[in-house]
Design a protein around this ligand. Structure first.
Ligand code: NAP
Length: 336
């Protein structure tokens, strides 16, 4: 199938207007079903979704191996069209703990060597450090990826969760295709400084958390039982009064969705799509049903009256609770 496409920056590839974020198939959102995950990746490729996003640290290589398995089993034509976007740098331990970030040039090349092997590909399309390493200047980390580009192991350089100053320093070092960062109706922090900076520099946004990790999908309920280790069990937005406040916002959004005959998730995704052609939402669908719903957002047109109604229902700073717990917020260069 042919989906609408968008360019990843002035230097990056053309990609489908929606990408598939594969994280939840391996980590952070509780149990997942391997066969359904592979089927979802195949359905996405079949529908024309060409961008698959992962991180080498999502269940310590599990997510890359899952994508590798799905790519091997996909028809050759779909496999050739698939683009991989990989994050690296997060350090894990055998108990699943997190112990900082490593952006040293030698580490970058080591991470890449393992990712290529796990994915079973001869190059990574977009490669980025997940969070900057505070001990390593961004120029050194990006410079190391640029060397991988020269050797053909990587095609394009991306960034993740960094602020305007770091974006400028990175872009002065090598061409940057896109910044991956959280952006949704209830996470609009990039609008003030980061988005104008990426636009000035010809860098696109690959937006994650477009459904705020399911919170504004219309499917999340207050009584949902979350497994231990599920991000949502410790995310400030999913706790107590914050959760109730945020779910009340979703009900406002639901009224608009019902009037338009679409789902809440489709409104939330269509809103991000409406913010500009330089924005590519990464959808965290873990099942074919959720994927189909997400793809339906591409057929939703929001006119000025719809956008005004959405803005009134969910004003820019309407969310209760930070988007990460305090310890994780401290790693976000984008929040400084
Ligand atoms: N750079 C970074 O720092 C960073 C951070 C986080 C994620 N990411 C990337 O961005 C991708 C997307 O992030 P995310 O998974 O948090 O985003 P999301 O799309 O906001 O949330 C995905 C969750 O929403 C729920 N959902 C309900 N309806 C859905 C629908 N129609 N389509 C998709 N999901 C629906 C699903 O939960 P249920 O399955 O439980 O229903 C799913 O697990 C990740 O997979 C990862 O690749 C990057």
């Amino acid at each position: 199938m042919n989906l609408p496409t968008r360019s990843l920056g002035t230097t990056g590839p053309q990609v489908s207007a929606l990408g598939l974020g594969c994280m939840g198939m391996s980590a952070l959102y509780g149990e997942s079903d391997r066969a359904e995950s592979v089927a979802t990746i195949h359905a996405a490729l079949d529908a024309g979704v060409a961008l698959l996003d992962t991180g080498d640290f999502y269940a310590m290589g599990h997510n890359e191996m899952l994508i590798g398995e799905a790519l091997r089993a996909a028809p050759a034509a779909a496999r050739e069209k698939a683009l991989t976007s990989v994050k690296f740098g997060a350090l894990r331990d055998p108990d699943g703990g997190w112990s900082g970030y490593d952006g040293r040039p030698g580490a970058v090349k080591n991470f890449a060597a393992y990712s290529l092997q796990r994915l079973g590909v001869d190059h990574i399309d977009v490669y980025r450090i997940a969070r900057i390493d505070p001990d390593v200047p961004i120029e050194e980390t990006v410079g190391a990826i640029a060397e991988l580009v020269e050797k053909g192991h990587v095609r394009h350089i991306g960034l993740s969760e960094v602020g305007a100053e770091t974006i400028r320093r990175a872009a002065a070092t090598a061409p940057i295709s896109d910044l991956q960062i959280e952006y949704s109706l209830i996470s609009r922090g990039i609008e003030e400084e980061i988005l104008p900076t990426t636009r000035e520099l010809g860098i696109s946004i690959t937006a994650y958390g477009v459904l705020s990790r399911g919170l504004i999908s219309g499917h999340f309920t207050r009584d949902r039982q979350l497994a231990a280790g599920d991000f949502r069990s410790f995310s400030p937005r999913f706790q107590g009064e914050n959760l109730q406040h945020n779910l009340d916002l979703v009900e406002q959004l639901r009224k608009i969705a019902e009037q338009k005959g679409v789902s809440v998730a489709q409104i939330a995704i269509a809103w991000v799509l409406s913010r500009g052609d330089d924005i590519v939402p990464l959808i965290g669908a873990r099942t074919r049903t959720r994927l189909t719903e997400a793809l339906g957002a591409l057929d939703v047109t929001l006119d000025d009256a719809d956008l005004a109604a959405i803005e009134e229902a969910v004003p820019a700073d309407a969310a209760a609770g930070d988007r990460y717990p305090a310890a994780q917020m401290a790693h976000l260069d984008s929040e400084r």
